[in-house]
Design a protein around this ligand. Structure first.
Ligand SMILES: C[S@@+](CC[C@H](N)C(=O)[O-])C[C@H]1O[C@@H](n2cnc3c(N)ncnc32)[C@H](O)[C@@H]1O
Length: 303
């Protein structure tokens, strides 16, 4: 399955290479053609649309990588990235927006707790595999929130879940974000929005002061994968629940529609897709997904 965007039109290549596009930066170091190459690359490879307003952002995020590479100019660095997939991946990751926080969009977790969790727990107790995916998990706050809500307020009752076949996948394009997610350690203040009993049950003091870590029994349920959503997905199975929130906002329309269709195919009948507050399902996926709450969709068919 290819999820590459069908819209191949990239940003226009600016003709004027003599004008500074970032104040104080020589056009010999960073110019409109360099930005056009960057925008074309992140659009082609990651689906992310960089408008001209993002020139300063591109400069400030990439300048440290350009310096570190030893290249004298952005053009030289981009030539290197074109020859080296690892450099290219790092370049794209540097242009991602990784902003996230615990208990973001609480209505999703409330819906999950009330309308999805009971059936998932019953399925797990009955010996059926339960599969959850946080696609574009960034530094992990989303998947850890979801897992804590799944485990719930009754710690004794949740103990048996550790022995059940419950596996969550947390994926992101950006390796640096994924490493943070896997560490599962956050400032205690970052957990403030979560219900107290979930924090008490499923986090513990970390070695650094004022830091807390997700407990091992919950960490053991989550697998982390570096995955570009535009590339073929390396799994065939279906999920009970997919969260893909605040990822597609950076994509163009055709890319969004292809991704949603992919999510719909990878949901079990009766499974749930949660997307960001400014997003909505359109295209082919609309036939497979029914809106059941604000930015919450259920796959058609009996569970
Ligand atoms: C703003 S964060 C959202 C984090 C979390 N889902 C939330 O709502 O709080 C967007 C994440 O999507 C990831 N991302 C962007 N394009 C991607 C792509 N093509 N494939 C996989 N992840 C991507 C970024 O690396 C970033 O970590």
């Amino acid at each position: 399955m290819s999820l590459r965007p069908v819209d191949k039109s990239g940003p226009p290549v600016a003709a004027d290479l003599d004008a500074a596009i970032v104040p104080g930066v020589s056009p010999q170091v960073f110019n409109a053609a360099d930005f056009a190459r960057i925008a074309e690359l992140v659009h082609r490879e990651a689906g992310i649309v960089l408008t001209d307003q993002k020139r300063m952002l591109a400069y400030s995020r990439l300048a440290p990588l350009v310096r570190k590479s030893g290249a004298a100019t952005f053009g030289e660095y981009l030539d290197g990235a074109a020859r080296d997939a690892a450099v290219e991946t790092q370049l794209i990751a540097a242009l991602t927006t990784n902003h996230t926080y615990f208990y973001r969009e609480p209505h999703h977790f409330e819906h999950f707790a009330q309308s999805v969790r009971p059936a998932l727990l019953a399925a797990a107790e009955a010996g059926r595999p339960v599969r959850i995916w946080s696609a574009g998990c960034s530094s992990g706050e989303e998947i850890w929130t979801l897992m804590m809500v799944l485990m719930g307020a009754d710690k004794a009752a949740a103990r048996s879940l550790a022995a059940r076949d419950i596996v969550a996948l947390a994926s992101d394009l950006a390796g640096h974000a994924l490493s943070a997610a896997e560490t599962a350690t956050y400032p205690a203040s970052a957990l403030a929005a979560l219900p107290d009993d979930l924090v008490a049950n499923w986090t513990e003091a970390a070695s650094a002061p004022d830091q807390r870590r997700i407990v091992q029994s919950v960490r053991a349920m989550v697998r982390f994968r570096q995955l570009n959503l535009l590339h073929p997905w390396p799994f065939g199975g279906q999920f009970d629940v997919i969260f893909c929130r605040n990822v597609m906002i950076y994509f163009d329309g055709p890319t969004k529609e292809q991704l949603m269709a992919g999510f719909a195919r990878h949901l079990r009948p009766g499974g749930f897709l949660y997307i960001g507050h400014s997003e909505r399902v359109s295209g082919l996926a609309s036939d497979l997904l029914t809106l059941v709450g604000p930015t919450i969709y259920q796959k058609v068919g009996a569970p």
